[in-house]
Ligand binder design. Structure first.
Ligand SMILES: *Cc1c(COP(=O)(O)O)cnc(C)c1O
Length: 358
């Protein structure tokens, strides 16, 4: 990767390592012998990434009509689960001709706009213990027990709408033991609720949210432990995003200026967090490698070209002496990176995109 990054025509650039990604998802797949693996497209819907993952996943989870149309066009035959709050009647209608396998219903209102026939999972917002989560997905997502009961009653009266199971994506940033604990709590509640609703062959989607540790890039989610200990449930499905694609994207750019102001050293890089918003949204230092300089290190703050003090990739991090033209590669930029960024702020040029192939 480093050699490739140093021979680019210009910066900034995103580089995606497709063979590395493929090996990674193969490993995840192998660790989950009894579980269906869907990829949450919103982590990174890049078409090359979707095509790389497709042979190794059971399906793709989409969260909007836009993602649905894009994934169906990119992967004509893949199974799709369609979730997300605030689905419009038009989006729900498109689920029928775009051949959606499961619709994750988020509210009783959505039931009135389902295409027919439709197979649904009801998204549950359960008051479970999500200890240690970086983000808990309560609030507007899913339904409490009363709304779930109401949906089940309405579905029972509606021909061609099939209640298949429960969907619960309750937290993100959990390690394998915490995720297992949460999955067991969901299964406990959902399987008995589905039985009480007379659902045969119940399905359970326990969501995504497997932890990615940006401060410790070598500490990976323990898929082997997770796969071995998942609850025994007839049809269990998960839909991670970040933990699948985060590790195989880089944002590479060069130094434009270095200055010391009131005792603080700032390294100003071409581009900015309008291309790689992850460190701002997560409040972390984005991990990086300096590709062109070595030597004694001293602290500096790595910033971009935006006219806002929030445009910080990493604060007070040790770097060797840097000068204009030096090249830095931010790692772990394969998920919630380019596609969540505010590209048009300040109208700087867009990065180029590169794909390492086998
Ligand atoms: C975002 C999201 C996911 C994926 O979450 P990750 O943290 O990327 O694993 C899965 N399911 C739903 C419903 C989501 O909103």
């Amino acid at each position: 990767m480093n050699e490739y990054a140093l021979n680019l025509d210009g910066y900034p650039a995103y580089i995606y390592d497709l063979p590395g990604l493929e090996a990674h998802v193969r490993g995840i797949r192998a660790a989950l012998p009894n579980t269906e693996l869907f990829y949450a497209a919103k982590a990174n819907p890049d078409a090359e990434i979707l095509r790389t993952l497709a042979p190794h996943v059971d399906g793709i989870e989409v969260s909007s009509g836009g993602e649905l149309a894009h994934v169906r066009k990119t992967l004509p035959d893949i199974r799709i689960a369609f979730g997300g709050p605030g689905k419009t009647p038009e989006e729900l209608r498109s689920a029928s001709h775009l051949n959606v396998d499961r619709i994750h219903v988020e509210s009783p209102r959505e039931l009135s706009h389902l295409p027919s026939p439709a197979s649904v999972l009801l998204r549950a917002n359960l008051p479970l213990n999500t200890g240690g989560a970086a983000l808990t997905m309560s609030g507007p997502f899913g339904m409490d027990e009363d709304a779930l009961d109401e949906c089940a009653r309405r579905i029972a009266r509606t021909p061609h709408i099939d209640l298949r199971g429960v969907h619960a994506h309750l937290a993100s940033g959990l390690d394998a033991p915490a995720m297992l604990d949460l999955a067991a709590q969901v299964a406990d509640w959902a399987l008995s609720w589905l039985e009480s609703q007379g659902v045969d062959d119940p399905e359970l989607n326990v969501g995504g949210g497997m932890a990615v540790d940006y401060a410790n890039p070598d500490v990976l989610f323990d898929w082997a432990h997770y796969g071995q200990k998942l609850p025994e449930s007839p049809a269990l499905r998960i839909e991670p995003g970040r933990a699948i694609t985060a590790y195989h994207g880089w944002y590479v750019t060069d130094v434009l200026d270095v200055k010391t102001t009131r005792g603080e050293t700032y390294v100003i890089l071409r581009g900015g967090t309008h291309h790689l918003r992850t460190p701002v949204t997560k409040g972390h230092n984005q991990p990086f490698e300096v590709l062109t300089a070595t030597g004694p290190e001293s602290p500096a703050t790595l910033v971009g070209q935006l006219c806002t003090p929030k445009d910080v990739f990493a604060r007070d991090v040790p770097v060797p002496a840097l000068a204009p033209g030096d090249v830095i590669a931010f790692t772990m930029a394969g998920a919630y990176a380019w596609n969540i960024s505010h590209h048009d702020f300040l109208m700087h040029p867009k990065p180029s995109f590169h794909y390492l192939n086998g």
